[in-house]
Design a protein around this ligand. Structure first.
Ligand SMILES: [Zn+2]
Length: 151
């Protein structure tokens, strides 16, 4: 947040912890879409007209892109049904055509170490987490390099 405020602009933010096994829920993309819709509708005066999704077609989900995006799109708009917005927010996919390595190269160095990716991190202290090193996201991150810490 400090980096974004100093390089872009001030902003309001929310903070959430999602603590349930995703294999019973579906894709984190779906949960993000729901939370995005709820955040968007919480600030109607801001007239937020775009929801940006930071998703790529990862190796473990290759070939399921259409299924995943359809579910996210449906979840996002379902989360807005009763919001009665006088406009239809747009979903944008700014990194969809990038690989994980491309994203790591694209991010400013100050942010790479702050990117959260692990599906099962250990909380070492408040706001300090260590990736597990063995979930699908950790394995993908190891494959593209710059995995934090030993591993
Ligand atoms: Zn992990």
């Amino acid at each position: 947040m400090k980096y974004c405020r100093s390089h872009y602009r001030d902003f309001t933010y929310t903070k959430s912890v999602w603590d349930f096994p995703l294999r019973y829920f579906g894709w984190n993309l779906t949960l993000c879409a729901f939370v995005g819709a709820r955040v968007l509708r919480s600030f109607p005066e801001a007239r937020i007209d775009r929801y940006a999704v930071g998703v790529i077609d990862e190796p473990h989900t290759l070939g399921r892109w259409q299924e995943r995006t359809e579910e996210a799109r449906a979840t996002f708009y379902a989360g807005l049904i009763t919001a009665k917005l006088p406009y239809r927010p747009e979903i944008i996919w700014p990194v969809a055509n990038m690989a994980k390595a491309d994203i790591l190269n694209f991010l400013p160095a100050a942010l790479v170490g702050l990117v959260s990716f692990c599906r099962n991190p250990s909380e070492l202290a408040p706001d300090t987490f260590r990736p597990c090193g063995s979930c699908i996201s950790c394995k993908t991150r190891k494959a593209v390099g710059r995995f934090p810490g030993p591993g």
